[in-house]
Design a protein around this ligand. Structure first.
Ligand SMILES: NCc1[nH]cc(CCC(=O)O)c1CC(=O)O
Length: 313
């Protein structure tokens, strides 16, 4: 019987919150289980000011944690699902997806109440091409300015007056106790979220069946179905969080409703597709919606983005 679980985690406030959350849930669920945190610095964290694509692209934050799992320095890694690459190294896999927090993007500003209330020419902070494309499609007058760093850093940059407003995932703000900084939640119709946004997932060694059993009670099957459809779409489009791809699945009874979007980063074109299917067909649904986007010309947009230097959420 496994009586200790070591969690590999980044040291950012959000990563630590997520690791502590999983630790607390595991210890509350399994009497006698001891869960410890193994904090580590990822290359992405060391190079927070450089554009992500220049320092190794997607998965940068995840790789160090995976190495710790493969070298048996830790047993599980807790991830924000929107940052998790579509493929796992041999011997590792995703064994649990926890209940989703608010999946929406949040509008944060010290002067303005909402996107609609922003004066023409306002400066918005985001480094996500997904957010940028959707913002500029609605408000071509806005100026988008590069903004990276962890949640606390981004809020500090806003407060220093570098931006009129910034867009962040609501989930990160809520988890870190900054819900009161959200001036308005952006409807998914106005900013379709990134695949997996707001969901926390747990990766571990595929052979560790006793750990899989301990994680099972933390899995939220409804969130897992939604995120499975979203990830299948991203995978078919070869997407990560550095590309202007959005997707969002909702459950309507036992039906999944998946909406997908690929946009020109300058907002001049947003391609959309959506479809419903039985929840059991989550993966096939993601592929279908992705292929509809490709049929509408998404490939051309994505190719030109991949060949340029990247940004990231
Ligand atoms: N890429 C950074 C990242 N990864 C997960 C979150 C927020 C929480 C979540 O989506 O689970 C954020 C910050 C943001 O986009 O504002």
């Amino acid at each position: 019987m496994t009586c200790e679980i070591r969690i590999a985690t980044r040291k950012s406030a959000l990563a630590l919150w997520q690791a502590e959350y999983v630790k607390a849930r595991l210890e509350a669920t399994h009497a006698g289980l001891v869960v410890t945190l193994v904090p580590m610095v990822s290359r992405g964290d060391k190079l927070l000011d450089a554009p992500l694509a220049k320092i190794g692209g997607k998965g940068l934050f995840v790789k160090e944690l995976e190495t710790a799992l493969l070298e048996n320095e830790a047993d599980i890694a807790v991830h924000s699902m929107k940052d998790v690459p579509m493929e796992f190294p041999a011997g590792l896999g995703l064994y649990c997806i926890c209940e989703r927090e608010d999946p929406r993007d949040a509008f944060v500003s010290n002067q303005h109440a909402s996107l609609a209330a922003l004066p023409p020419g306002s400066v918005i902070g985001t480094s996500s091409l997904r957010r940028q494309a959707q913002l500029l499609a609605r408000r071509p007058d806005l100026q988008i300015r590069f903004l990276r760093g962890n949640v606390n850093t981004r809020l500090a940059k806003l407060d220093a007056g570098e931006y009129d407003a910034i867009i962040l995932a609501a989930a990160g703000l809520i988890r870190l106790g900054f819900a009161d900084r959200i001036r308005s939640s952006v409807a998914v119709e106005d900013s379709l979220p990134a695949g997996g946004q707001g969901a926390v997932g747990i990766e571990c060694r595929s052979a560790d069946t006793s750990i899989h059993a301990l994680l099972a009670p933390l899995n939220d099957p409804r969130t897992a179905l939604r995120v499975t459809a979203e990830r299948a779409l991203n995978k078919r489009l070869n997407g990560g969080c550095q590309v202007p791809i959005a997707c969002y699945a909702e459950l309507e009874g036992d039906q999944l409703w998946l909406r997908g979007l690929v946009g020109e980063p300058n907002g001049s074109l947003l391609l959309r597709a959506e479809r419903r299917a039985p929840a059991a067909d989550a993966e096939a649904l993601g592929i279908l919606v992705a292929e509809e986007l490709l049929a509408k010309g998404a490939g051309k947009i994505l190719e030109s983005v991949y060949s340029a230097t990247g940004a990231g959420e």
